[in-house]
Write a protein that binds this ligand. Sequence first.
Ligand code: ATP
Length: 234
Amino acid sequence: MLKICNLTKLYGDIKAVDNLSLEIAPGEIYGFIGHNGAGKTTTIKACCGIHQFDEGEIFVNGKSIKDDPIGCKRDMAYLPDNPDLYEFLSGVKYLNFISDMYGIPKKEREERINRYAKEFEIYEDLAQPISSYSHGMKQKLAIISALIHKPKLLIMDEPFVGLDPIASHKIKTIMRDICNEGGAIFFSTHVLEVAEKLCDKVAIIKKGKLVTMGTMDEVKGDTSLESVFLELGE
Ligand code: ATP
């Protein structure tokens, strides 16, 4: 579903990502772990077609992000760590705008907006301007907008930051549902306990380079993901 081949990204002299290769198969929840500044967001933004990159290739559902960025974006959704929403719009207008972008028919979008807004407990707030939303409410709206076109690949940067426990639980259930329907999830997190419970596979990146990857059991063995991470950090 997502194939990253020998990705290298430079910011001037800084090699933010260094010859990184990863493959996320359908049905997998794949966690992406690393210190602050390790290169997670840079990798994620390259996968989503936001950042150009210097070397390598990225394929989304078999399509190249360089050659067919629109085709790739039809199949994926991206949830940034700090969603930048159009604050002057109401929640429902924003979701309709995103639905228009993906060409989602009226009946389907209404059904999805109503269902997700109720599940994430912002249904009553949809008519209010986004500028009046709390951080968590904005995060929930961004999640709904990412789910609205039923993406095959969901890429998320720190999805649990700022969410209340009910919303965190909900998004975890939705992640598993997407995978059960043949989709895949690639997400970064610093919450290692959550990653350990949730992920089928995990990759650890350090200073732009892949340090280890594999199934959760392969990576953590008899210890915890936290222990492995702390040892690799030394
Ligand atoms: P965090 O966990 O803190 O979000 P990260 O793993 O997502 O970190 P990145 O944001 O990908 O890390 O940053 C990787 C490296 O690239 C860092 O050294 C950072 O300073 C550098 N970097 C990121 N964005 C830019 C930019 N726009 N211009 C210059 N350097 C950048």
